[in-house]
Design a binder for this molecule. Sequence first.
Ligand code: EPZ
Length: 432
Amino acid sequence: MYQYVIHGGKPLVGEVAISGAKNAAVAILPAALLVNGVCRIENVPQISDVTLVLEILQELGADVRSVNSNTVEICCSHIHNFRVPDSLSRRMRASYYFIGSLLSRFGKAEVSMPGGCDLGVRPIDLHIKGFRALGAQVNVQGGFVYATAPGGKLTGATVYMDQVSVGATMNVMMAAVLADGLTVIENAAKEPHVVDLANFLNSMGADIMGAGTDVIKIRGVEKLRGGTYSIIPDQIEAGTYMAAVASAGGNVLIRNVIPKHLDCITAKLAEMGVQVEEEGDCVRVMRTGKLHRTNIKTMPYPGFPTDMQAQMSAVLCTAEGTSTIDEGIWDNRFRYVDEFKRMGARIQVSGKLAVIEGVPYLTGAPLRACDLRAGAAMVIAGLAAHGTTTIECIHYIERGYENLVGKLKGIGADIELVDAKEPVSLRDSQVG
Ligand code: EPZ
C-alpha cells in the first residue's frame, strides 16, 4: 500500500496548473451516452473517478479511445447493455448519472445504488422524483435502481427540487434533453459544473437555458450530434492549492482557473490575511504574515463550497484566535478532526459545527485519509506542520486530484509517494 510522506514547514513557491473539474467530468462523460456520433472531450482530469466512469462506459458497450492523457473520444453507437453492476457503481457516487443518461437515450437503466465518500446520509430520492415526474417508472429493489420510460421516451414536466441538489439537477437535465416537450427544473443547483454540463449538452445540439440560475428550462430535441468540448478547470482543486499556500506560506501562481469560481474562497482567505491577486486566467496567492481567524458556513454555490471545508479547516488550525466552521450540506463531514488532533490541533465538534482554537503550529503525525477532501486537508496540514506526516489510504485522494505529488513538488513541497513497506525517514519528526 502506498502512502504520502511529507516533511513539512517549507513555504510553497512557483507555478501550478489546474486540471479539468472532477465533478464536471464525472457527469459529462456519462452524458456522452446521449450523443449520436463521436464526442471528443478535452481537459479530462487523470483521476481514478474518471477511470471508473470510462470503465462503466466500456462495460455498457461504448468505444472509448484515449487521444492523449487528458483527451478522450467516446462513441456510444453500439451500446448493448443497460446495467451498471454493483462492483463498479458502489465505488463512486457519480454512477447515478448513468440512470439519467441511459434512461433518456435508451428508455431503460439498471444501476446499482451509488457509493462514494461517506459524508452522512446520501439519498437519491430527488433524482428519482425528477425521473418519475418525466414519466419514468422507477423501482429500487435489491440494491438496484430499475428505471424505464414507457414507450421508450420521457415527457417534459416541471420538477421542483425540495433541496438544492447538484446531482439531481444534472441528472434530471440529462434525462430531459431527449424528452418530448419542455422540462423546467425549479430550485436548481447553480454550481459551475451544472453550467458546464449544460454547455456541453448545448454544444452537442441540446436546448437548455438558465443553467447557473435557480430555474433551468430544457426543451427536448430529437437527437444530439457529436463534437468537441473542453471541461472547465476544477474550482476545488484550485481552492485546495490556494489553501495549501495559505497554510504553508509562500507565493504561488495558480494557472488555468476561472477566478470568478474562486470568489468565495478568495474572500475567506483575504479575511485570514492571505493575499490573492487575479491575473487573467490565473490567481497569485501569497502569505508571509500571520493567519487570522474567521468563520465559514458551507452552502450551495455561490456560497462557500462544502468540498473546501476540510481544507480550510486545516488552514484555520494555525490561525490566531478561535474560528468556526458550520457545515451546511452534509451531516458527517468532520471525520478528519481526530486525525488533526493527532497533530496537536484544538478542535471541538458539536453536530455540524466545528470550533477551532488556533495553535502556533501543528506537529507531523501518522494519519489516515477518510475521504477525498479530508485526505487533501491532511496533505495541507502536513505541508505546514513541523516534522514528518505520513498519510495512508491515499486512494481516496487519488479519486479527485491529478498528479498531486508531482504538482506539489513543482512548487517546492517535500512530499513523496512511498511504498508503505519501506521504513519512513523520521529526519524531521522531532522538530518543535
Ligand atoms: C455533489 O454531490 C458532489 N459530487 C459532492 O462532491 C459535493 O459535496 C456535493 O455535490 C455538494 O456540492 C459530485 O458532483 C459527484 P447533492 P451530490 O445532491 O450531487 C441532499 C467531492 O468531494 N440530497 O448536491 O451527491 C444530500 O443529502 C464530492 O467532490 C437529498 O436529500 O450532492 C445533501 O444534504 C463529495 N436527496 C444535499 O442534498 C437527494 O436525492 C446536497 O447533495 C440528493 C441530495
